[in-house]
Design a protein around this ligand. Structure first.
Ligand SMILES: Cc1cc2nc3c(=O)[nH]c(=O)nc-3n(C[C@H](O)[C@H](O)[C@H](O)COP(=O)(O)OP(=O)(O)OC[C@H]3O[C@@H](n4cnc5c(N)ncnc54)[C@H](O)[C@@H]3O)c2cc1C
Length: 404
């Protein structure tokens, strides 16, 4: 064997080794796309980032302030806070969280109190506004990390086993793993499941009161520091939640047919909506009706949908779901965002700890299906009994069991 032969054999061994290493690396670190920059998608991106794994995050909103993010969220120690801890953000969270706003008050429609827990800063489900949570997560990612203005139309499987993402205005490069964190009406879910969210029978009309402490001190006192829920015997409720900066968000919840709000209210005329709501709540106590009368003009309907309890699918390589995309549940369990963030933390951890990402996703799914079962059952039970004639007794009983 001459020198040239020896050189070319050693060069070819090196090339083979390099290719083997590259292929091992490719099998251990997939090219990851996350669709949806809600609390779930952002938490996953952040957990992967702190663990040194790259991902690309696509969001349909054109920028972070494109739309209001919604009300206050209470983050549970075992899920929402656990995820923030995994994301290295508990310090910042403690700074923003409102530990003082964990109160719960239950009234009947005559404003008679049946349960009153003033809130204790030692309770461990502190509140944070959704916008603050989103900003906390966004600020923890590198600048320009989120690909704003990318509304996914479809993920298309390719012959190589990857997925091409088709957006309204652009097509993304192929990805090994696509995580659908795109909420209730996920465009990724149809790749693994044929289920569609079903209407729960409950419609909410959402509005708010700004600067309540200074402008309406007695109403502010009625709401207290946390949640006020007032239940009628007529399939109606008013739920008021204190947000940051003396803002109170109010939900008028009613059991109504799907599409009812759009047919009966003209939301471009807030004054008329308020008048109609006031007549619907005609025999309610004046101080409770003030929540409607004094609201600002930002009024919108929300129909509540849910996926079936126990929703699951057969693992499909390269596709998975988290949060509402995987297990949309009614807000009557108060755990949707908490579950979305816990999913993200677990998926991020498993992907970073395993050298077989396909197996990591399989394990994530099996554990997640089990983990969310109790919350999905609670949320389903909550919405089934909500707005029944027994709702007041049920809500008081549940609160006494939880808070004593
Ligand atoms: C009235 C109400 C009150 C609630 N209160 C609570 C509470 O107190 N506690 C709690 O734990 N949960 C609560 N929830 C539930 C909670 O809001 C959700 O469970 C949570 O937001 C789910 O997070 P997510 O990241 O999975 O989805 P989302 O928050 O829905 O985020 C999905 C993201 O994907 C983006 N997206 C959607 N489609 C596309 C697309 N095609 N292409 C690109 N991007 C897309 C969206 O713009 C959005 O940014 C409440 C829900 C409602 C309706």
């Amino acid at each position: 064997m001459n020198g040239h032969d020896r050189y070319s054999r050693s060069a070819s061994r090196k090339t083979t080794l390099r290719l083997a290493k590259e292929s091992l690396l490719m099998s251990t670190t997939p090219n990851i796309a996350i669709v949806g920059a809600g609390p779930g998608g952002l938490t996953l991106a952040r957990v992967l980032h702190v663990r040194g794994i790259r991902s690309t995050l696509f969001e349909r909103d054109s920028h972070a302030l494109a739309r209001p993010q919604g009300g206050t969220l209470d983050l549970d120690a075992a899920s929402g806070q656990f995820a923030l801890d995994q994301a290295g953000l508990m310090g910042e969270f403690r700074h923003l969280a409102r530990y003082e706003d964990q109160g719960m008050r239950i009234l009947d429609k005559h404003a008679q109190a049946h349960f009153d827990h003033p809130g204790d800063a030692a309770d461990d489900r502190p509140e944070i506004d959704r916008t603050q949570l989103r900003d906390l997560l966004l600020d923890s990612l590198p600048q320009d990390f989120v690909q704003w203005g990318h509304e996914l139309q479809k993920a298309r499987p390719s012959e190589e086993g990857t997925y091409d993402l088709l957006f309204e205005n652009a097509n993304g490069r192929p990805f090994d793993l696509v995580v659908g964190a795109d909420g209730a009406w996920s465009k990724i879910r149809p790749l693994v499941s044929s289920y569609k969210p079903q209407y729960t029978g409950v419609t909410i009309i959402e509005f708010g009161i700004d600067d309540i402490d200074a402008r309406y001190p007695s109403l502010s006192q009625l709401v207290g520091h946390g949640n006020l829920a007032a239940y009628g015997d007529d399939a109606k409720a008013l739920i008021a939640q204190r947000n940051a900066n003396a803002h109170v968000r109010v939900y008028a919840a009613m059991r109504m047919p799907e599409g009812w709000a759009g047919q009966h209210f003209n939301f471009s005329n807030p004054g008329e909506v308020r008048e109609k709501l006031l007549s619907l709540y005609g025999d309610w106590a004046p101080e409770l009706k003030d929540l409607i009368r004094l609201s600002s003009d930002r009024i919108q309907p929300l129909s509540l949908y849910a996926l079936p309890v126990g929703h699951r699918w057969t693992n499909r390589t390269g596709i998975t779901l988290l949060g509402d995309a995987a297990h949309l549940m009614s807000p009557y369990g108060g755990s949707g965002v908490n579950n979305a963030m816990r999913d993200a933390a677990e998926l991020g951890r498993l992907l970073s700890e395993s050298n077989d990402w396909r197996e990591a996703v399989r394990i994530y799914e099996l554990e997640m299906f089990e983990r969310v079962l109790d919350s999905a059952r609670d949320a389903s039970h909550g919405i089934a009994t909500a707005l029944s004639h027994m709702q007041l007794e049920i809500a008081v009983g549940e609160m006494q069991a939880i808070l004593g």
